[in-house]
Ligand binder design. Sequence first.
Ligand code: KIV
Length: 298
Amino acid sequence: MATVTAAFDRGLQATRVALQEFGAANCVRGSFRRACVLKLAADLPADPMKDFRQMKQRGEKITALTAYDYPTARLLDESGIDIILVGDSLGMVVLGYQDTTGVTLEQMLHHTRAVARGVKQALLVADLPIHTYDTPEQAVETARKFVDVGAQAVKLEGGVSHVAQIQAITKAGIPFMAHIGMLPQSVREEGGYRIKGRTQSEAEALLADAHAVEAAGAFSVVLEIVLADIARQITGAIGIPAIGIGSGKHCDGQILVTHDLIGLFPWFTPKFVSPEARVADEIRRAARAFIERTRAGG
Ligand code: KIV
């Protein structure tokens, strides 16, 4: 046992150094790495989960963006973003699916691995894809797979309905980000992406979801397309940060799909997004310039 502990501590020390120098993704592999990362999450004075609560208390806004590949992850990380999410929006903005319901575990793990190689500073969160957390046991098993490929926290969709899964994940020592409001994995049952919290009963259910995920151990909660006033009330009612997407400006932070922010998916931009760039136009311009130059014999 002493040998195991010593090996663990040596591994922890090596991991600590490697984390500082190269980022979590590049140091050690597999379940040993997971054990080191989880112990680190509990050990290091700069516990990012605690930092997020403190940021909320100080009124400092939390910033989060999605990434699905190494260069984007590295660019976002170097820009100083607080959280990078490997969202299952991967299905729509990268893989060309209609919605997120076709995204597989293998696809998410593959992209999380790539993102992890580019992240040094930000907290790396990964989405559990649909039907990979139908039971608490399955949720923990899936969450561990994400930690093994470099995620530092996981997210799944659901509030009161998924308390058992959330408790199981947090009890396993894996930091957890909740996601309530509009749930894209349920878009087919819901018949579209509709704003949540318009009725009294919907607003009450959202508040109950927010309290439930906090009590189950989530370190933060994403509020997706929630009526701004209800999002404000939820934000004020819970101790963990509420990170909004299309839910108004009163949340503790904001998250966006990077492709929407930078104009890389020009065929559809959600109403609540104000793009900061037009990357699709730049790609078209560069491609046309190359085509012309090549055809001209240059
Ligand atoms: O999949 C995703 O990108 C998300 C959002 C909250 C941005 O879950």
